[in-house]
Ligand binder design. Structure first.
Ligand code: HPA
Length: 235
């Protein structure tokens, strides 16, 4: 049991899928896992452990933003001996080169956030995915003919803003999309020597306003969920 996760030691698998939304975690547990056990519901942030193709996997929510994923991923890595976290989420595209439903494997996350600096004295403003899980995801995608693009993302603290221009950090590193969590996950994993990846589905294209509707979101995420689970089997 940790401060924010009520599971007992041993109730969380070595590989954890981390969507932002607790109801998405429930959807994955209900539809993709067998022998599922709800192991934590502290703050309504659900964590489940079950089997996928015979392999034990946990799925739980990260919540939204750097502080939230910073807390959950740190506790998973340090209090539950988790080896690998795969974030599965959505992102907004800065460029019309990307379309809604495109699937991205995050190679680097760049951020203006001081999280890595003040938590771990990591001075870089661009962090890499950690360990071999990024490559495993690419391999799994190849094997099942799923098209996935490696990319550099902008991890932002801001969802609503008066500005309509692309932030300087995103321009500096040519970030194709914006989301709000990968940088903190990669920072924690880098500091702790763990595996971390982020799989993202483009949910909106910012310049055109094109977006996936709330109804479409659940099914749109199916390919990404299956890819993350197939990767978990190999970890
Ligand atoms: N900004 C930040 N995070 C996001 C967005 C966005 O536009 N779309 C999906 N996740």
């Amino acid at each position: 049991m940790s401060v924010h996760i009520a599971a007992k030691k041993g109730e969380i698998a070595k590989t954890v899928l981390l969507p932002g939304d607790p109801l998405r975690a429930k959807y994955i547990a209900d539809n993709f896992l067998t022998e599922v056990k709800l192991v934590s519901q502290t703050r309504n942030i659900f964590y489940y452990t079950g089997l996928y193709k015979g392999k034990e996997v946990s799925v739980g929510a990260s919540g939204m933003g750097i502080p939230s994923i910073g807390i959950y991923s740190y506790e998973l890595f340090t209090e539950f001996d988790v080896d690998t976290i795969i974030r599965i989420g959505t992102c907004g595209a800065y460029t019309t080169d990307l379309k809604v439903f495109d699937l991205l494997n995050v190679e680097f996350a760049a951020s203006e956030s001081t999280y890595a600096k003040y938590a771990w004295e990591i001075e870089d403003d661009k962090l890499s995915h950690q360990g071999n899980v990024f490559n495993m995801i690419n391999e799994c995608a190849n094997n099942s003919s799923v098209i996935i693009k490696p990319t550099t993302v902008h991890t932002s603290d801001i969802f609503y803003t008066k500005s309509s221009s692309i932030p300087a950090i995103a321009q500096k590193y040519n970030c194709s999309v914006v989301e709000m969590e990968a940088f903190a996950l990669f920072a924690n994993a880098q500091y702790l020597g763990k595996n971390a990846a982020a799989l993202l589905t483009v949910s909106d294209v910012i310049p055109t306003g094109d977006h996936i509707s709330a109804d479409q979101r659940q099914t749109a995420l199916k390919t990404m969920i299956e890819l993350a689970l197939e990767t978990a089997v190999l970890m």
